[in-house]
Ligand binder design. Structure first.
Ligand SMILES: [Zn+2]
Ligand SMILES: [Zn+2]
Length: 140
């Protein structure tokens, strides 16, 4: 093994599921879509991604909810924290293969994610006011 990027840990609220990423997130953004609102029980979700080979579960196991066929939302079966998002094939013109998406706030140090955009602001709740200056997209 040569010089490998520094690893960062993360996990769910209760600690039953832990994961590790190699290196900082490659991209991060806030998703305001209705599905993310319901899955997380929050106004929006902050997602981050790394190459799939740089994400590994180190403790416990992620369970999946597949309400929409082909879209798997990973969560802790004990405490319910949303952990991951994965889609098979193309979703609305996006190809997600080879990427591991995870909920940025579940990192031990969420500040290493630097969100770059707000997506699906067409579903944004009226009581959320954005003032961070990041670009917004109606959909993705
Ligand atoms: Zn848990
Ligand atoms: Zn979403």
């Amino acid at each position: 093994m040569g010089e490998k990027a520094e690893k960062h840990g993360g996990g769910c609220y209760c600690g039953a599921v832990r994961y590790e990423i190699a290196g900082p997130p490659a991209w991060s953004g806030h998703c305001h879509c209705r599905s993310c609102q319901l899955a997380l029980g929050g106004a929006f979700a902050t997602w981050a991604k790394v190459p799939a080979e740089d994400f590994s579960v180190t403790k416990g196991e992620i369970r999946f909810c597949e309400k929409t066929p082909g879209i798997k939302r990973g969560f802790c079966g004990d405490c319910g924290t949303t952990l991951t998002y994965a889609a098979e094939g193309e979703v609305e013109g996006q190809n997600w293969q080879g990427e591991a998406w995870f909920a940025a706030a579940t990192l031990d140090d969420p500040s290493i994610a630097s969100p770059e955009a707000h997506v699906y602001v067409s579903h944004q709740q009226p009581w959320i006011k954005l003032a961070d200056g990041l670009p917004t997209f109606h959909e993705f």
